[in-house]
Unconditional design. Structure first.
Length: 187
């Protein structure tokens, strides 16, 4: 698999996530994700606000599997991947996986975009800059945080999210029975 040079060290991080392969061993039923490579612990003090709601922190979702996508209305790759994120969310509606599409921009442009395109994802506005632990280097950036608060997937750049492999990975992280390997992310 080849990654554009423009990804720089982010390409190395992505390559590690994509090429990690199967878990090194079968973990017991209490912690089936213990062998996953992680990118640190999520910062649950990150302040965000639902598009139609009151400010909150990521702590509201502690203990759940989180799919967090940092995007913006003016970011073409961000906009291109939203439909596949929404389809993935729809496929996982029988799980406890929480999807958060977080925009680091004002409410007006995001509201107009959502209304014009009819997306049904849970959209949030960034009140506080993305904490450094998340390693955001640009848009779009996507993370998967497991119920223990570990960042188990980091993707800089656009991806196709609604693949069976990614669905199985998220089900595995969320505790459902199928999926053992990290997903292969397609640009």
């Amino acid at each position: 698999m080849r990654f554009p040079r423009s990804l720089g060290s982010a390409g190395a991080v992505l390559a590690a996530a994509v090429l990690a392969g199967p878990l090194a061993g079968q973990a017991d039923e209490r912690d089936r994700t213990s062998e996953l490579r992680t990118w640190g612990q999520a910062e649950f003090d990150w302040r965000i606000r639902p598009l139609e709601g009151e400010p909150m922190t990521l702590a509201e979702f502690r203990g759940k599997t989180l799919f967090i996508n940092l995007w913006a209305t003016w970011c073409t790759p961000c906009v291109r991947e939203l439909a596949s994120i929404e389809r993935l969310r729809d496929r996982l509606d029988d799980t406890a996986v929480v999807f958060l599409a977080i925009a680091p921009q004002g409410e007006g442009p995001v509201e107009r975009f959502v209304r014009a395109h009819g997306y049904d994802l849970p959209f949030y506005l960034e009140i506080q800059r993305t904490p450094p632990v998340f390693g955001a280097r640009g848009l779009p950036t996507t993370w998967v945080v497991d119920p223990r608060g570990r960042i188990v997937l980091l993707r800089h750049g656009e991806a196709v999210w609604d693949t069976p492999e990614i669905e199985a990975f998220l089900r595995r992280i969320d505790g459902a029975p199928d999926g053992l390997r990290r997903p292969t992310l397609r640009p």
